[in-house]
Every structure is written in structure tokens, then in C-alpha cells.
Design a protein around this ligand. Structure first.
Ligand code: GSH
Length: 211
């Protein structure tokens, strides 16, 4: 498999999931401004949407969109390692969580702040507005967690937890601290100490260039 990613972008979730599963993959960095891969290819020929992640599968096609990419990784991992089997209620719940993260956290609140070239309100007011949108969404996730050692979809790590890593890393940009959501904060701390997360973060931090 070939993963196309940008350091510390949402593609970090797929990077973590691939490491977690132990599947073989090559990582290709994408310069999103130039729309070029590190080895000089036109990225739009790989993903016409010009966004990461993209995952080229050994079957010969390329998938985009975080939810689809994460579930494709999960479905090629050992059974139950990254998501429950399709056709079960537990799997439906993972898809529901992934969709919530993709739309309500990523696309509606955190993505707009990170990609805004100019803001519709003065920057401070816009950040405060997005932080207000963020709070009830974090309340919802907090309510999903059964205890301090629970993962998002229950007792086992899933790709929904992997997607949470970049999202919870970004909330600080809106000056939101996780202290008000103790179970979520505990989960974030636990995820950060997971070997797959540490390895992916180390690799991505080495590549990260702010701005
Ligand atoms: N709908 C896409 C959104 C992915 C996305 O927002 N990717 C960002 C990085 S986190 C990106 O590539 N941004 C570059 C751009 O929008 O031009 C998905 O869920 O995969």
C-alpha cells in the first residue's frame, strides 16, 4: 500500500493505523501547496481533489477520504484489530464515530480554522466562535467514553481512536484545553503513549515545517 500524507495533517490517522496493524506500506509526503509528491510527481494525478490522505491499494486503485481510507486499512488488518467485522452493531458504531469526527469535528470546526487564509470575523472572534461549536461536540465524545480506560468505540482501540489523534492535537489552535473533558483527556494521553502513535508522530515531526 502507498499512503500519501502531509506531516501532522489528518493523514496522521491513516499513518498510525497502518503502523498499528503491521501492514507493509510506503509513505509519500505531499507538498499540498505545490501539489507535488516528494519524488516530484503531480499529486493531482493521484488524487484530483488535491487533499491528503490518499491510499493506493495493492489491488490497483486509489482511495481518498479519511473514513474510506481508515476502514480500508482496518479491513485489510487482522480481524478485529482496528475495527469490528462489517455487518455487526459494533462496526456500525465505529462508522458512526468516524463520520462524526470527519464531519462535525474535522470539516465543520477544526479544518476551517487550519485552512482559513482569511477569517470571516476578526481572527480572535472566529476562533472563539469555532471553540463554541467545538465544546458540545467534545461533550458528545466524552459521553461515549465509559471509563478512564475506555476507547471511543468500547474496550478496544479502533481507527476512530486513530482519527481522534490529529483532531485532539489541533484543538489547542482554538485555545481549547481538554481539562473540561477528563475521560477524553485521559484517552488522548493514553493514545499518545501508544507505540504506533509515538512512531508515527516521531516520523511526522521530523518532516514538519510550520507555515
Ligand atoms: N474530505 C477529506 C478532507 C481531507 C482534508 O481536509 N485534508 C487536508 C489535510 S488535513 C488537506 O489535504 N488540505 C489541503 C487542501 O484543502 O487543499 C477527507 O476526509 O479525507
Amino acid at each position: 500500500m502507498q499512503l500519501y500524507a502531509n506531516p501532522l495533517a489528518c493523514s496522521l490517522a491513516s499513518h498510525i493505523s497502518l503502523i498499528e496493524s503491521g501492514q507493509a506500506f510506503d509513505l509519500h509526503w505531499v507538498d499540498l501547496k505545490a501539489q507535488r509528491t516528494a519524488d516530484g510527481r503531480d499529486y493531482r494525478a493521484i488524487n484530483p481533489k488535491g487533499m491528503v490522505p490518499a491510499l493506493s491499494l495493492d489491488e490497483g486503485y486509489t482511495l481518498t477520504e479519511n473514513v474510506a481510507v481508515l476502514l480500508a486499512i482496518a479491513d485489510r488488518a487482522a480481524p478485529g484489530q482496528l475495527a469490528p467485522a462489517a455487518g455487526t452493531g459494533a462496526r456500525d458504531q465505529v462508522l458512526e464515530l468516524l463520520s462524526f469526527i470527519a464531519t462535525e469535528l474535522h470539516a465543520r470546526v477544526l479544518g476551517p480554522w487550519l485552512t482559513a487564509k482569511s477569517t470571516p470575523l476578526p481572527a480572535e472572534a472566529y476562533a472563539a466562535h469555532l471553540a463554541e461549536l467545538l465544546r458540545p461536540r467534545l461533550d458528545y465524545l466524552e459521553a461515549q467514553l465509559e471509563g478512564e480506560d475506555s476507547y471511543l468505540a468500547g474496550p478496544r482501540f479502533t481507527v476512530a481512536d486513530a482519527y481522534l489523534v490529529p483532531m485532539l492535537t489541533w484543538v489547542r489552535h482554538l485555545r481549547v484545553r481538554l481539562d473540561d473533558w477528563p475521560k477524553l483527556a485521559a484517552l488522548y494521553t493514553r493514545l499518545q503513549s501508544r507505540p504506533s502513535v509515538q512512531r508515527a508522530m516521531k516520523i511526522e515531526l521530523q518532516q514538519y515545517r510550520p507555515g
